[in-house]
Design a protein around this ligand. Structure first.
Ligand code: SAH
Length: 216
């Protein structure tokens, strides 16, 4: 890429970050990651000029990358700290995973569409992030072999709170999950004890659906 183009996107990223900070008191760690990760490199070149608007973008296979405000909100609500182990469901293009990695977290991420899983790995390589813990599979099962997680971020709309994922939270850990069929409510489930959970509701959002099984 031409250096001046790189500089242009950097400027756009700064403006996006500033506008997000005005909309909500996001943590500094979240804002820093948004300012750092080149969102345009996770979408097709034809969409680069839209990459730093606060809008969802198509990533192929009928899926979308959430708008930056939603990415920032879900990440903020996780309330995780550097070096925590987290799980994302719905890797998509890999942008949300890159945001979590930029915050110094150990990130596992599962995607059920093979072409997106492959594309996400490429995107993460291109942008200098580690793609080794991106996994092809069904997120409803989670990753019990790597549990417990301090945070679980579900990037697709779940019909109900996925039970198996709740069980993979560390005690004190939080799952941020949009729940509902047409519209979703952003829920945060905190595991308060071995068998106890608390739920908070952060209002309406719209996501692509969380589907069972994998595409091949
Ligand atoms: N976080 C993504 C946004 C992806 S959109 C990004 O930054 O680009 C939601 C994704 O969830 C889609 O790619 C969809 O295929 C995936 N998905 C839906 N149901 C799933 C499931 N059961 N397991 C894993 N991924 C799932």
């Amino acid at each position: 890429m031409h250096p001046s183009e790189d500089l242009k996107f950097k400027g756009q990223r700064r403006l996006l970050t500033e506008s997000l900070a005005q909309k909500h008191p996001f943590s500094q760690a979240v804002l820093k990651a948004i300012e750092q990760v080149p969102r345009h490199l996770f979408v097709e070149k034809e969409l680069w000029h839209l990459a730093y608007r606060d809008k969802p973008l198509n990533i192929g296979s009928g899926q979308t990358i959430s708008q930056p405000y939603t990415v920032a909100m879900q990440t903020h609500l996780l309330e995780v700290e550097k070096r925590d182990k987290v799980l994302e469901i719905g890797t998509g293009c890999g942008y949300q995973a890159a945001i979590l990695m930029a915050m110094g977290l150990y990130v596992y991420s599962i995607e059920r569409i093979r072409s997106l899983y492959i594309q996400a790995q490429k995107n993460l390589h291109t942008t200098g992030f580690d793609a080794s813990n991106i996994i092809f599979g069904d997120g409803f099962a989670g990753l019990p072999q790597f549990a417990p997680f301090q945070g679980i971020l579900v990037a697709c709309g779940a019909p109900e709170v996925p039970e198996k994922l709740k069980e993979q939270l560390a005690i004190g850990g939080k799952m941020v999950v949009p729940v509902g069929r047409n519209m979703q409510r952003m829920l945060r489930i905190t595991r308060t004890g071995e068998d106890t959970y608390s739920t908070e509701d952060f209002g309406f959002y719209q996501f692509v659906p969380m589907l069972e099984g994998t595409d091949k």
